[in-house]
Each structure stands twice: as C-alpha cells, then as structure tokens.
Design a protein around this ligand. Structure first.
Ligand SMILES: C=CC1=C(C)c2cc3[nH]c(cc4nc(cc5[nH]c(cc1n2)c(C)c5CCC(=O)O)C(CCC(=O)O)=C4C)c(C)c3C=C
Ligand code: FE2
Ligand code: FE2
Length: 360
C-alpha cells in the first residue's frame, strides 16, 4: 500500500467542508464503446453482481459485454440531450442548486460537488480535487433515498477505497438513507399533485422502483422494506386508498428472480382488467435517467397501450423541483450539524472563491 504525497494547501483555502452528491453513473456517450467501458465497470462491482467472480467474469466478458453495449447504446441515444446523459445533467444541476441554496442559508464555507460511482467524474477524482482545495470535512450524500447494498454501500466502498490511499484523511460522514424523510415525501407528493392539477387524475397510480435480486432481500438488504415504506408514506400523503395505487419493481437484469411485482407485467395486467388510465411515478430515482425516460416512458408505455390501456402518463422525477432541493438541503444540513460551515474565520475569508464554487 502506498500513500499519496499531501497536496500543498492554497493560502486561505484550508478548512472547508464539502458535500459530495454521489449518483450511479452513466456512459460518456451513447455509443457501444462507451457503453462497454461503463457496463464493464458497473457489472464488475461485487456489490452489484453477487456471483462467484471467476464464473461471472466468463459470462460478463464472454456474453454480456459482446451483446448488451450495442443494444443499450441505442436506448441511450433515444434519451440523450445536447448537454449529455440526463442522469448526469440532473445530478450536476442538483449539486449546483444545493450549493446555492445552502449558501443562502449561511453555509459559506461549504463546497458542493457531484460524483459518479461508475464512469465520470469518479468518486476518487472528486475527492482528490476537494482535498487539493483544502477540504477537511466531507459529507457523502448518495442520490438514493432507499438504502441498498447494491448502490449506497457501493458508493461508500469507493470512498473507503480512496481513503486507503490518503495520508491525512478528511473527517468523513455518510448519509445512509432518507426514504422516509418528510421533505422528500412532500416533494414527491407535490410533484404528483401539480401534475394532476394539469392533466387530471388516473384510475391507478403505479409507483415503480428499480428492482434488486430477491436473493439480496433474503440476505438482509433493507431496500425492499424501504421502498414499501416510501410508497406507503407517499400514498398516505396523497390520500390514496390501497386500491388506488400499486408498488412495482422495474429493470430486472438477468434470469434470477427479482423483487416482485414486476412493473411491465403489472401494467399489462391492469390494462387487461380494464384500467383505462395509469400514471407512473418513479420515487426511487431522484433524477430522470435511462430507467425512467426509456424503460418507463417508452417501453412500459407501449406495453400498457398495446395491452388495451387507453392513457399512460409518466410523471417526471424530482429533478430540480424546489421542494426537492429544499429537502436535500435539510437532509444535508442535519448531517452537517457541528461542523463549522456557517462560521467565517477571519484568516480564511467568508466564502469559497468563485473558482471553487463553479468547478464541475
Ligand atoms: C435507484 C436505485 C438503483 C438500484 C437499487 C440499482 C440496482 C441494480 N441495477 C442493476 C443493473 C443495471 N442498472 C442500470 C441502470 C441504472 N440503474 C440505476 C439505479 C439503480 N440500480 C440507474 C439510475 C440507472 C440508469 C443509469 C443511466 O445512465 O441513466 C443498468 C444499465 C443500463 C442498461 O444497460 O440497460 C444496468 C445493467 C443491477 C444488476 C442492480 C442490482 C443488483
Ligand atoms: Fe440499476
Ligand atoms: Fe433498464
């Protein structure tokens, strides 16, 4: 094990605190080559695929990375924006807004950045940058409200791996979950009621969460319970009776059993039993991405309409909604308590330089 030489601190820039908003990651371009790189990193994470490494390496390199990149690239191409992948665009925007809003609440000695667990900008590269800028305290804030070993713990793994190379460590704090946070639930409810004010109400609201293998639940992953808790709180907040909404799980990967009920078969069943209009919301995704814009808003829509459904509405994710940024500020602020982000020490100045706050 080698430890990096400590970067020289710039005059007046020591003693900052940072919030690092961490999301899953996304390919750099909607091309098979970029997808191969991204999927190779993602699907080699033992937190994501719990199959004996040698067996999995053969399947991953022999089959999946030969077939999937081309198919996935075409899906990404259908949702790509001039600014890049939606997941990255929203995460970047959320970090910028969080910086501004926390600044308005007086947190002047605070830098907010975002990082991706897979792809760019990597967690290690952003932590290096923060350290070089004189950050001595870091709050790691995953973009996932529900805790799962497959996502949240994997973000933490990347932070610990970086920490193992560092001589003089910053103080580190981690947010594990906020699936039942009142601000998060209120932000979801307000997103949905605003949508209904404009477009009327559905026969059923489907709350679709990303799935995980059923085996992870049996092995003690709390993700499934936390999705159920979010759905129940949201339904309560919206005043929905049990028969007016349904919780489903999407994005099954591979042949194993995943958390049920699956989203697409549930939508088909609803259409076949005469449900005319469904609205689908994805509360586990805090920003729109491939899984919402393509899998739900394109594929699931087609499946529901083909099965006889009449109207399919996709309600966008929280993205940059003011209620959501407020909730995120509150989640961060609770964990920042006791750290001197509000105090401006005489020697170090009151606010990060414009250069510091505008870097990606
Ligand atoms: C929101 C929480 C997520 C959990 C839990 C999660 C678990 C999980 N995912 C896979 C496999 C894939 N997921 C893919 C995309 C993807 N997954 C999430 C979030 C969670 N995943 C997001 C936000 C995205 C979209 C990324 C984007 O760029 O927009 C993909 C890649 C897409 C594709 O090629 O189809 C795969 C593969 C597993 C196996 C897993 C749990 C074990
Ligand atoms: Fe996923
Ligand atoms: Fe998907």
């Amino acid at each position: 094990m080698t430890f990096a030489k400590e970067p020289p601190h710039l005059e007046g820039q020591q003693d900052y605190t940072a919030v690092l908003l961490c999301n899953l990651g996304t390919p750099d371009a909607p091309t098979p080559a970029a997808l191969r790189r991204y999927l190779a990193e993602f699907l080699s994470d033992p937190r994501v695929v719990e199959i004996p490494p040698l067996v999995w390496k053969t399947i991953l390199h022999g089959i999946i990375l030969r077939v999937r990149p081309k198919k996935s690239a075409a899906k990404y191409a259908s949702i790509w924006t001039p600014e890049g992948s939606p997941l990255k665009v929203w995460t970047d925007k959320q970090a910028t807004l969080l910086q501004g809003w926390l600044g308005e609440r007086g947190h002047r000695r605070l830098i907010v950045r975002y990082a991706m667990r897979y792809g760019n900008p990597s967690i290690a590269s952003q932590l290096d940058l923060l350290k070089a800028e004189g950050v001595t305290r870091i709050l790691v804030l995953p973009a996932y409200p529900q805790y799962s070993g497959t996502t949240t713990a994997s973000v933490f793994d990347a932070v610990y791996a970086w920490a193992r190379t560092v001589r003089s460590l910053p103080e580190l704090r981690f947010v594990n979950r906020y699936h039942d946070d009142a601000g998060y639930i209120d932000a979801l409810a307000s997103r949905i009621t605003q949508y209904w004010r404009q477009h009327g109400r559905p026969d059923r609201l489907v709350m679709s969460f990303h799935g995980v293998p059923e085996r992870t639940r049996l092995l003690g992953d709390p993700y499934s319970d936390e999705c159920q808790a979010t759905a129940q709180l949201l339904a309560q907040r919206l005043g929905l009776a049990p028969e007016q909404y349904r919780l489903t799980f999407q994005s099954r990967f591979g042949k194993a059993k995943w958390l049920e009920p699956y989203t697409e078969p549930s939508l088909i069943a609803l259409a076949k039993t005469g449900v005319r209009r469904v609205d689908v919301v994805c509360p586990g995704f805090t920003g729109d991405c491939l899984e919402t814009l393509e899998e739900i808003s394109q594929e699931a829509r087609n499946a529901f309409l083909t099965a006889g459904g009449k109207e399919f509405h996709y309600i966008p994710c929280l993205n940059d909604s003011p209620e959501w940024i407020t909730a995120l500020c509150n989640v961060a602020q609770r964990q920042l308590a006791g750290w001197p982000t509000l105090a401006a020490s005489a020697s170090a100045g009151a606010a990060p330089s414009p250069e510091l706050s505008s870097r990606p």
